[in-house]
Design a protein. Sequence first.
Length: 241
Amino acid sequence: MYRDTNKRSLVKGFSWRVVATTTTIIIVYVFFGRLDLAIAAGALEWVAKIALYWAHERAWFKIKWGRKKIEPFNLWFTGLPLSGKTTIANAVYEELEKLDIPIERLDSKDIRDVIPDIGYTREDRNRHMHRIGHLIKTLQKNSVSTVASFVSPYKESRKAIREMVQNNIVVYVKADIETCKKRDTKGKYEKALKGEYQNFTGINDVYEEPQHAEIIIDTDEVAVDEAVKIIMKFVKKKYMK
């Protein structure tokens, strides 16, 4: 899907005015045989139509009939480490950007880079999820939707997010633990098994599967492209029809 940039729209509008005004000049000249009258008519038409178009647009800007507001929503991607959350969330975010709606991307790694002292205990994670919830809530007050990807292993933190934000869509990115290990090029699972990492979800900490996820993507069976289509279809049907 492509959309016109502001520059392209401006050039298109200008080129159309040139074509329209030139047509007016030719018609007047053919009927009256006077070039001066034709040019004057063309100039008058150029100014008048620009003024009328401006007034017309200003009037319709104030009329709310026929306009539908897209309510801000939050796509919450949850799943085991290396289940595919970030990859799918990034792809969905790119598709949503093409629709020219206010949208922001939130990922666990980026947030932890900004706030590096966040712990991994259940209490720390739940407190952290409340911070994220407040951030999303603030963005939604400014009509900004969000695509968020966090392991969020505990049911109480996901419940808190659902209660704090509006139009929350939980996307459970499901993957077998063995599949996640195979995708682990940095050896995090291996380090967790050796005890080098504590509170590592799926190894020495629990992951409580969502019981009421709006969308479930099993990455053992569904490719990224297909997952994006499923999620985009859901979002468009629910919020953009």
